[in-house]
Design a protein around this ligand. Structure first.
Ligand SMILES: *Cc1c(COP(=O)(O)O)cnc(C)c1O
Length: 236
């Protein structure tokens, strides 16, 4: 049996190890680690784990399913957290996600941008929603993300919407591809988006297994789950 205190120290150790890894990868790439945001992806884990992480100084958390994210955000409303939505999103859920998400990483089609950025979704007085356009690095449309050929039109569409603020490009490295190669493609795509808007320079890339390669390729937002949280309950 492990006590909550034991669990907390394991979590603290894993978090520190990942921070060390990020610092080392940033130094190796000649980058300042302070320009890199680490999002801890807490999907499938209970709100209590997110609270423990917050106690260890974590401020950015990521979720990929609307219902679960909504519950946790509500339960943890007393904490000063930035909620990142990183999963595939149905257009009819967009307005609900907008209620708690501070950043959406997974805009992959104009209809979703329309739904997230619609005036009634955010109200005339509130700030635009920070977002990334997600690039699909595979040939499988089911993986989420826009195909490379559709990237610029989608980015232009997002840039045209007053309710959205485009931060940059997001991607997941495909399973069968060498991460440095995959992230080089992301970096090239990021350049294309930056040519449309210099402010959209950020790159959301890098997970538990490949964050060092993502840092070498310019990632500004890492989405790290299991290396910090341990295995996801019921999901290995
Ligand atoms: C789950 C998830 C992550 C984190 O994955 P780990 O391998 O556990 O670090 C990152 N990005 C997205 C989009 C995810 O769904």
């Amino acid at each position: 049996m492990t006590s909550e205190a034991d669990q907390g120290s394991v979590l603290a150790r894993r978090l520190a190890a990942v921070h060390d890894g990020i610092d080392a990868a940033a130094r190796a790439a000649g980058r300042d680690p302070r320009e890199i945001t680490t999002i801890v992806v807490t999907k499938f884990h209970p709100a209590s784990l997110v609270r423990q992480l917050a106690g260890l100084g974590v401020r950015d958390v990521g979720e990929n399913r609307h219902q679960e994210a909504a519950h946790k955000a509500q339960e943890l409303a007393d904490l000063d957290l930035t909620w990142h939505f990183v999963g595939q999103l149905q257009t009819n859920k967009a307005r609900l996600v907008r209620r708690y998400a501070n950043v959406v990483h997974s805009i992959d089609r104009p209809a979703l941008a329309d739904a997230l950025g619609a005036a009634e979704a955010y109200g005339a007085a509130s700030a635009p929603l920070d977002c990334f356009v997600q690039l699909n690095l595979t040939d499988d449309p089911g993986r989420g993300g826009v195909a490379e050929a559709g990237l610029e039109p989608l980015a232009e569409h997002v840039l045209s919407m007053p309710g959205l603020r485009l931060l940059g490009v997001m991607a997941v490295a495909p399973l069968g591809e060498d991460p440095p190669r995959a992230f080089a493609r992301v970096q090239a795509s990021s350049q294309r988006v930056r040519a449309l808007s210099a402010d959209a320079y950020r790159i959301s890339a890098g997970m538990s297994a490949d964050y060092a390669a993502a840092i070498a390729a310019g990632a500004t937002h890492l989405r790290i789950g299991s290396a910090i949280t341990g295995n996801r309950p019921g999901h290995g």
